[in-house]
Design a protein around this ligand. Sequence first.
Ligand SMILES: [Zn+2]
Length: 355
Amino acid sequence: MEKCNICEYEKLILVDFNNIFLRTESKNKNVHDYKNFICKNCGVLNQSPQMSEEQLSKYYNSDYRNTGHQLTFNEKVIDFPLKFDQTGISFQRFHYFQKIIEKTNLDIFKKNILDFGSYQGSFLYACKKFYDSYTIGYDYNDEGLKFSKNFLEIDEVFKTKDIYSDLFPKKIKICTLIHVFEHLGNPNKFLKHVHKNILEENGYIYIEVPDIQSSHYSDPTHCFTYSQDSLKYVLEKNDFEILYINNHKIFGKIDKNIPRRNFQYNLHCLAKKNLKKSFNEFPKQGYKIYIQSKKNHSKVLNKYILNKTKELLKDLVELLITICSRLINYFSSRISISFYEKIKINISKFLRNFK
Ligand SMILES: [Zn+2]
């Protein structure tokens, strides 16, 4: 890889760590095979080679949104227009969003909200219910858009043609990208477009992405993976001022069958148009981010093994107690009353010696 696709710096660090819970190689090499590099300057993790925009768009238009519940009859395939588990997760993403809006004292009641990659619209539905927002959905998926418009009464929906140039009839107060920003092949171009053509003068952007410290790098559609510092870099580079940035564990129900879900954190960021302070183009923060990520990835593995060992020991102790109590039960019910009386008298005598 010659240079970073975010800041064009020419020194990059090859990701050389991997473990069974947090894979760092592509999970679908047929879709896209790549290596991961962390830029020594901005610290953003780049996939190399990058998937082209055509490849990405083709992928999203094919089976990306398949529910896994399709029915096939000879040549004909039908699918249900809802991904049940994802809809619930997407709705609950509103939890941190609202906490952050409250913390930063932002007034977005009755304002325009545009959700990039809105899919079935459950996040926008929460915004509508809570803020009485004018909601605008935007996605590649026709079925998702239809569902959000017809069943969730999302005010307007638009199908993605080109995320770097598509325009909307209204200026937007706040746009949201929830697990979408990491899929963008050209975040600089996107942020410039949002800044110039989409947001109103006092507009905001809210981004939620996986945190480089505790995430796998194996999704071929994640063009970039960010840390707090590197996400801040990209936003400031494109004239956005950070109002809030932090990581949080996934809210709500966690799928226990996926071990990494227990340790995974997401980054949550709220930023405002127009950067007030000066931007440092060369923070040279990549090496620090690389070392921290490497350390955290191995910690996740250790923590998981430790937790599992603890659970196993706890189960063993419980098993021993159950066996002992059953044995005591068995023998005590078989002791004759005369033998029991003898033991009782001897114990009383023995205790009297201590008076
Ligand atoms: Zn860079």
